[in-house]
Design a protein around this ligand. Sequence first.
Ligand code: UD1
Length: 420
Amino acid sequence: MEKFIVQHSGPLRGSVRISGAKNAALPILAACLLTQEPCLIQNVPPLTDIFAMTALLRGFGAEVSFDTAAQTISVRAQQLSVSSASYEAAGKMRASFLAAGPLLARLQKASLPLPGGCPIGSRPIDLHLKGFSLMGVSNRQEHGIVELWCKNLRGKPVYLDFPSVGATENLMMAAVLAKGVTIIENAAAEPEIVDLADFLRKMGADITGDGTDTITIRGVKELTGAVHQVIPDRIEAGTFMAAAAITGGEVCLEGIGEELLKPVIAKLAECSVKTEATSAGLVVCRKSRLRPVNVKTMPYPGFPTDMQAPFMSLLTLAKGTSMITETVFENRFIHAGELQRMGADIKIDSRSAIIEGVEELTGASVRATDLRAGAALILSALAAKGETEISDIYHIERGYYQIDEKLRQLGADIRRSESS
Ligand code: UD1
């Protein structure tokens, strides 16, 4: 298994191109199942999660080809021959459950492995099922498989107890071909939801209110093929902003504007990290010592939970005490233990982490426990004295395209090696 070896790196400098958003591409690829016609999805990063989704779509009978050099995927789901997926095909990735909405809309049935828990929490699907059930879908769970079926999908008002991103996406995809009007209240408002709605509208769907907490979907008879370019990845961008900040460098992010990053830019500014929108891209720089801040993760437009771990890395080196409160996931502080091994001073109290800034971190052997935790370890390693060895980097590669190469272009000392 591969690992990253990272040496202390001076201030990062230069430009980096931000890839397409994995979290927007995954539901959009699932939505391609909603039409018999060909769809072309552009700006899709060649990540392991994306390959898992393309394999899943093929399993249902769709023709899929991925031009990884052009980062373009074409999907044609002319005939869907299968409505079920095995644990091997789908169980490794939670987003595979996003196929449920489109399969119900096209075939009135779906059988998918129950997405298991993961290191950051139990991650149930009760909100997806509650919404489907209001739309006339029955479900049964047996042997780790969720079976869903309906006679006809009916548009209905659905109130979500929590603005779940996945549940909002799944319900939108089921509702576009349902009979009648679906109103999702307390819906997630993430930019990835808006990107999915934009794609669905290009296919002929009637959706309004996406990007707010109330989304209205009027069902249509059928959808057509469409061409769509995925939005840039705001979490990858935020991670590179944190890399510039932690090394005291100056980095230009190409291909993304301020709009998607407002909560991150605001918190970075409090930490004394400046961001400026220029014609070349978003320029991030830090010249003085990091200041401590309090951060609370929230659904969009609050501070994104996916930026919590990278931000914790930054705050370990701030001058003073910071507090991070995680409200979205129940167990998303596992990286704190690994950061402590690098000399960070962090105390966890339930859903809050108290971080006393230290003068320096030191390199150590650490393990990426999940995707964003792994990114946080890379950031700390860039600033730490000496060498850091990060194992289990397959977690990182689920969500960051060529992160090592992109960091090297900015002057970071990071290389891959085989673990023994
Ligand atoms: C998506 C993102 C993930 C991000 C998260 C929150 C993708 C592929 N992944 O995940 O990177 O961290 O949004 O911004 O887009 N919940 C329930 N019942 C449900 C569904 C969710 O209780 O039926 C809870 C979850 O356990 C969690 C919270 O709601 O505590 C948020 O989950 P959700 O917004 O659904 O996240 P995902 O869509 O899985």
